[in-house]
Write a protein of this length. Structure first.
Length: 488
């Protein structure tokens, strides 16, 4: 029997998952951390904080386990966050996060310049605030000394792989979503590089997710008492990693991740620039290339966390509120969920949220329901702009922390008017990379392991009465955007 570790570097915590050859979860551990926000719209983190969290969680996950059984490690994490590795091998400055919006003022100008070049005009549709391209440009223009000291730029999880192996590389997912990659040619774009005036040698090599990045360095191997030859995979972004664990690639169905942001992933046979959503290039082995279209509701779990923790000042969903499940959709209260802007539906970083329809009789329970409803309306709108057929959405698999909230999942089923499948909690990004490690190094193929491990915990069926109410309310919801823009 062999064991495998999946590491997930999230926005607010590092999560580690230990599994065996059969894909069974042996143990999980996590460590939280906080971002730096030195100015409005700025979000940074010292990447060594990730390593401290991984180190601490690794020690916990190995307690009362045989460390010599660990044969491979898979790493995943937040996409887009960019780390600047200096010529001394250390991070030059704090990493710039995926949800950092400091580059918003320059975005329109850069998009216009990209659109003028037919070969790379498709990149204009995906470049956004928080993308590695924009954040590298910000560093070049605002901290030139730091920029000139870059040896390699890496995306979030790549840095963990680098610290574990000493090798710098990235995968097709992280490269293709960086806005520095030619999606037609499947390689770094020399046109974008010349336009932004970036040196070629700071780009990492692009490899397949399940290729071996290197062996675990001796200092880590000795610290954790691992045996020789523990392999570390190149890894990938958190959304494709989560898709691995749900069977998304194998079964070709969409998956919704209810995390800090709400991410809808939909596998396609080829790149499609005619619909909204980011085309992600993915490959396990660098030979077979697959496409995953990704759309996002940027403020999903973060909107709910804001409401519960900062406003209600509680983390106990069930204790603080009572809900009448039978009468969902009857209220007239609306919550507009785009608290930190929008990337896919409107591509508007300045968009913000609001409550509408509040009266003196409005209760906290009604407002909590409205928050969940607003996010689900945004998901419905996302499915429409991504042009995902309703029949394809049927039996939608939902993963992430928000998926474990039964009230929320029933609202989602009623608003989308499709069956919503709540997966077992193990089906997440870290678990997906642990499966990838097992499928790469172990004796059982990944498809065989996934076939045994993808489990639906509960299916939420849309109810005719509630769905009809929500369809009428959704038409009103769609008018909020224009009203908000007229006001503000």
């Amino acid at each position: 029997m062999a064991n495998y570790v999946g590491i997930d570097i999230g926005t607010s915590s590092a999560k580690l998952t230990l599994i065996n050859d059969a894909g069974e979860i042996i143990k999980e551990s996590s460590r939280e951390y906080k971002l730096l926000e030195p100015l409005p719209g700025w979000k940074e983190i010292d990447p060594e904080i990730w390593m401290y969290a991984v180190d601490s969680a690794m020690e916990e996950i190995l307690e009362n386990q045989d460390p010599e059984l660990v044969k491979a490690i898979g790493v995943t994490g937040q996409m887009h966050t960019v780390v600047f590795v200096g010529k001394d091998g250390k991070s030059i400055r704090p990493a710039l996060m995926w949800n950092d919006t400091r580059t918003n003022e320059n975005l329109i100008s850069i998009k216009r310049q990209i659109q003028e070049n037919p070969k790379i005009s498709h990149i204009a549709n995906i470049i956004s605030t928080g993308s590695p391209a924009m954040n590298l440009l910000w560093l070049k223009e605002n901290e030139p000394e730091n920029f000139h000291n870059i040896k390699k730029f890496l995306i979030g999880p790549d840095y963990i792989v680098y610290r574990l192996t000493g090798n710098c590389q990235t995968d097709y997912c992280e490269a293709s979503t960086s806005s520095l990659f030619d999606l037609n040619e499947i390689k770094w774009s020399p046109e974008i590089r010349k336009l932004l005036d970036f040196p070629e040698d700071i780009y990492p090599e692009v490899k397949g997710t399940s290729e071996i990045a290197g062996e675990l360095l001796p200092n880590w191997r000795e610290k954790y008492h691992f045996s020789d030859g523990v392999q570390v995979l190149v890894g990938t972004g958190d959304n494709p990693a989560a898709a691995i664990s749900t069977g998304c690639f194998a079964k070709k169905y969409p998956v919704l991740s209810f995390g800090t942001s709400g991410v809808l992933m939909y596998p396609k046979d080829k790149i499609d620039f005619t619909t909204k959503g980011k085309n992600i290039v993915f490959s396990f082995d660098k030979k077979e290339i697959m496409i995953l279209v990704q759309g996002v509701v940027q403020s999903c779990g973060s909107s709910f966390a804001w409401w519960m923790r900062k406003v209600l000042e509680t983390s106990d969903f069930n204790k603080e509120t009572e809900f009448d499940i039978l009468h969902l959709g009857e209220g007239n209260l609306f919550f507009y969920p785009h608290l930190v802007g929008d990337k896919t539906i409107y591509a508007d970083a300045d968009l913000r949220g609001s409550f509408m329809g509040i009266g003196t009789d409005t209760t906290r329970s009604e407002m909590t329901i409205a928050v969940m409803e607003g996010i689900c309306y945004a998901v419905k709108q996302l499915t429409e702009v991504m042009k995902i057929p309703k029949e394809t959405l049927e039996n939608l698999k939902v993963i992430g922390g928000g998926s474990q909230n039964k009230v929320w999942m029933q609202i989602l089923a009623d608003i989308l008017n499709v069956n919503v499948c709540q997966t077992e909690s193990g089906a997440g990004a870290g678990y997906g990379m642990a499966l990838a490690a097992a499928g790469t190094v172990g004796n059982t193929s990944m498809d065989e392991v996934i076939e045994k491990t993808v489990k639906v915990k509960e299916v939420f069926v849309p109810r005719k009465y509630n769905s009809e109410l929500y369809q009428k309310k959704y038409q009103k919801y769609l008018k909020i955007h224009d009203a908000m823009k007229q006001i503000g």
